[in-house]
Each structure stands twice: as structure tokens, then as C-alpha cells.
Design a protein around this ligand. Structure first.
Ligand SMILES: [Zn+2]
Ligand SMILES: [Zn+2]
Length: 311
């Protein structure tokens, strides 16, 4: 399979000369099993360009099928969806997967994104056939030859991590998540930062531990782990309740799970290309010194990683 990055930024798009090299578009990764339809994870603004490239083949004639896995529906993970060209050609079949909510159906969540006064084209007017699939964490299912697993993350209103196994290789997409140490993030707005490193209620600590154990188990032996590393350790200490991790947290998970490559992802909007270079260099050094066997990559728009039978 090939894994291609179309958007690598968290929070909001940040075009400009300081973000040109890594890219300013928000979250979107394409997984291309050999000779099969694409599996797309997240629909940030990066999905617009991906959609345009898909219109150069079967999707232009309305003969395409695509699968979109959504980690969660914060803006930076869905904002590009209404600009995904394959939606506008009759005959295309698009399957959208996301975590089931208790309060409303997934279709309503996505339909409300394009309602007046936010967007001129309602979901019902899109010409492709769109199916919404609600997921419960822990579910395993197949998309063509690929097997998909999912588990929940520690993020305000909850995000899902996905693992895709196909062509003799595996990739895990883990965004967005806070580490599993200082605060349990679920369905409430937390206005003030909790104390980092402070004691936790035992039941909350147990819940966080089991969430992390499920994630590590899902990452076991993965060829590529894509991880939310929006924060530096200093930034995390100021905003532990925002639901994002540091490269240090990602390295611990990568080490425990025995992954082959770790890819830093969901870069902070304020991070310049030069700062991102420094982060990558310093964590590559750290991993080399600690003797970890995995490679550290940093996601940028256009990065393509070939895994398994394709390699
Ligand atoms: Zn995000
Ligand atoms: Zn989020």
C-alpha cells in the first residue's frame, strides 16, 4: 500500500511562506491498497486537492468508490469535505465512517455542516451516493481486502484512532489525543488546565490506563504509526486539557508497541517550517541515542510512504 499525506496541520489551515515546506492544509491522509479503491482518513482542507486528483480517473465518470474514515468532527478534520470533488459526480459511491454518537445520527452531523448559513450546497444535493456508517470503538470490519480496527482516544468529545491492515502491512492513524496521564477528556468543556503530574482519582486513572493499553495493543507491530504531536513539552504543560500530545508521548507508545516507523503529525498552526525541522532533528537524535529501533518521520504535504507488498 501507499500512504500519502494531503494535510498535516492541526486546528486551522495556515498558508504562507513560513509553512510552505510542511504545508498549511489540515488533516487528510490517503491509503491506497494495491489496485484497490482509496481509504481516506480525515477530511481537513487537504482533502480538496486529493479529490481533484481523484477526478483524473474513474471518479470523473462517476464510476469510483471511496471510503472516508473520520477521526472526529472538529473543523480541522472535516472542513474540506464539502470541497471533495467526487461528491459532485453522479454514480460515485462514497462511504463515510465515524464514531457513533448517543445524541444524533452521523448523517445529521455532516448534513448540518453544509446547512444555511454555513454553506450554499446542502448534503442532499450532492450527486454521489453517500452512505454513513456509525462505528463503536473496538469494532473490526473489512473494506475490500483491508481490515480496519478502531479504538477511542483521549480528546474533548472523543476521537477515534484507526488501524488499516492490507497488502501485508499496517498503518495506524492516531489523532487527536492527549497523553493518558493528567486528565480524562470526554463530553465536557474544561476551561482551566488541570495540574500536570498531579494525583488522579483512581477510577479516572484506571480508565485512562485501559484506553492507552487498547491503543498500544492496536499499534502492535505497525509498519507506520501516525501520531498527533501538536505540542512541545512546554506547550503541553500549559494546555494539558486541549487534547494533544508531544513527540515524547508518541515515542513511548511507539516503543511499547514495537512499531517500525513513527510519523509526527497534526502540527501546531503557529509552527514554522524551520521550527518543525528542529523538532524532527532533536527527536531523531533522541531516538538514536536511546537505541530505539524505529525511524522517526515528520509528515509534510506530498509525503508518500510505501509499505508491504508495494515496497
Ligand atoms: Zn485536530
Ligand atoms: Zn480535535
Amino acid at each position: 500500500m501507499k500512504v500519502r499525506f494531503w494535510g498535516v496541520r492541526g486546528s486551522l489551515p495556515v498558508p504562507g511562506r513560513h509553512t510552505n515546506r510542511y504545508g498549511g492544509n489540515t488533516s487528510c491522509v490517503e491509503i491506497k491498497p494495491k489496485g484497490d479503491w482509496p481509504i481516506i482518513i480525515d477530511a481537513g482542507t487537504g482533502i480538496r486537492k486529493l479529490g481533484k486528483s481523484m477526478m483524473e480517473n474513474a471518479f470523473r465518470e462517476g464510476r469510483g468508490t471511496a471510503f472516508i474514515l473520520i477521526s472526529h468532527t472538529h473543523w480541522d478534520h472535516i472542513q474540506g469535505l464539502p470541497f471533495f470533488s467526487p461528491f459532485y459526480a453522479a454514480g460515485n459511491k462514497i462511504h463515510v465512517f465515524a464514531r457513533q454518537r448517543s445524541d444524533t445520527h452521523l448523517q445529521h452531523v455532516f448534513a448540518s455542516q453544509t446547512e444555511d448559513p454555513y454553506f450554499p450546497v446542502p448534503l442532499a444535493a450532492l450527486r454521489a451516493e453517500i452512505d454513513f456508517h456509525e462505528l463503536v470503538e473496538g469494532t473490526r470490519f473489512d473494506i475490500g481486502r483491508a481490515t480496519i480496527s478502531c479504538t477511542r482516544l483521549n480528546h474533548p468529545w472523543i476521537a477515534m484512532a484507526y488501524r488499516v491492515d492490507v497488502d501485508g502491512a499496517s498503518v495506524v492513524y492516531c489523532s487527536d489525543t492527549a497523553p493518558f496521564t493528567d486528565v480524562l477528556l470526554e463530553h465536557e468543556f474544561i476551561a482551566t488546565p488541570p495540574k500536570v503530574g498531579g494525583p488522579l482519582d483512581p477510577s479516572i486513572a484506571a480508565k485512562l490506563q485501559s484506553m492507552r493499553a487498547a491503543l498500544v495493543a492496536m499499534c502492535r507491530g505497525a509498519d507506520l504509526l501516525i501520531y498527533d504531536t501538536q505540542f512541545t513539552p512546554d506547550e503541553y504543560r500549559q494546555r494539558p486539557h486541549w487534547g494533544h500530545s508531544t513527540p515524547d508521548d508518541a515515542i513511548l507508545v511507539a516503543r511499547e508497541a514495537g512499531v517500525k516507523r513513527l510519523c509526527l503529525y497534526h502540527h501546531a498552526p503557529a509552527r514554522t517550517d524551520d521550527q518543525q525541522d528542529e523538532i524532527l532533528t532533536s527527536y531523531r537524535d533522541q531516538v538514536r541515542i536511546s537505541g530505539d529501533p524505529f525511524e522517526v518521520l515528520c509528515a509534510y504535504e506530498g509525503l508518500e510512504v510505501t509499505l508491504g507488498d508495494d515496497a
